[in-house]
Design a protein. Structure first.
Length: 290
């Protein structure tokens, strides 16, 4: 099983984990765009929501399913599972219940799907750490500010030079170390800068320089993600992504340049993730397009 053995084995799903111990960084939005992009590429995709309380990822997928039925538009949907919160008064019992659910969810899809996309909560938890140790690709969305940068590292207030690593960085490094010990595999860690200003600023430059310094120390790749656009918020109630058809039947409204720009932005992000697409999936996608 993936929880015990190598994720890099032939016939085993590639695990993409969205993680950050700070809420509001765009984990669920990024997760749904990755999942839908993979589905459109003909890949078999399973999704797991570990944020049992907030369930933003789960609601996004439910909204997508409801909108497809209401609008009559054929929208790609992943095989989804949300892990329920343990209801016991004992922490150990709750952790065991949640672990068994997670184990069951992974076991059901690891050999029959190409990808598993896992959205984690914005708080430290046993399952969150376990998911990080399973990741083939770890994606950490980060709002483009020093308030969010603090989850990765600290900076000197005068020079803005990186002076240390923070709690989440230490946890991610430990999870990657455990993964290497387990099966010798390397986790590709990518920090995605979200809510980017469309204008140049000193803050934008300083955050970029700080991430460059941390990337060298921690071994992650820093890439640009989503700009600060209202369109991403408008897509959520219908479960849509910037990658869906830009027509009035799908969107439920007349498309505009914001939709086109967002699609280009998401396409660029996904290209930089360098996810390994299964060739059979490519052929499935090509056949579907004919």
């Amino acid at each position: 099983m993936l929880l015990q053995a190598s994720q890099g084995q032939t016939g085993t799903a590639h695990v993409v984990v969205l993680g950050n111990e700070k809420g509001g960084s765009g984990k669920s939005t990024t997760a749904i765009h990755i999942a839908v992009a993979l589905l459109k590429a003909g890949q078999r995709v399973a999704t797991i929501d570990l944020d049992s309380r907030q369930q933003s990822f789960t609601r996004y997928i439910a909204n997508r399913q409801a909108w497809a039925k209401r609008s009559g538009v054929d929208l790609e949907l992943p095989h989804h599972r949300c892990i329920a919160l343990g209801a016991s008064m004992q922490i150990a019992d709750n952790e065991n219940s949640e672990f068994l659910q997670f184990q069951e969810a992974v076991a059901a899809v690891e050999r029959t799907f190409d990808f598993i996309v896992i959205d984690t909560p914005g708080t430290d938890s046993y399952l969150m750490r376990l998911a990080h140790s399973m990741a083939d690709t770890l994606v950490t969305p980060l709002n483009d500010s020093f308030l969010d940068f603090d989850v990765l590292g600290s900076v000197d207030p005068a020079t803005f030079a990186v002076t240390g690593e923070s709690h989440y960085s230490e946890m991610a490094r430990e999870a990657r170390r455990k993964r290497r010990q387990l099966d010798g595999a390397t986790t590709d860690w990518i920090v995605v800068r979200n809510r980017l200003s469309m204008l140049g600023s000193r803050n934008k430059q300083l955050v970029a320089e700080g991430l460059h310094q941390l990337a060298f120390r921690l071994g992650f790749r820093a890439i640009d993600g989503f700009a600060e656009r209202v369109v991403y918020r408008e897509l959520f109630p219908r479960g849509l992504t910037a990658l869906d058809s830009l027509d009035e039947a799908t969107l439920g409204t007349r498309p505009n340049m914001a939709h086109v720009t967002a699609r280009e932005e998401v396409t660029s992000l996904l290209r930089q993730l360098r996810l390994p697409l299964d060739e059979r999936g490519r052929r499935r996608a090509a056949a579907r397009a004919e």
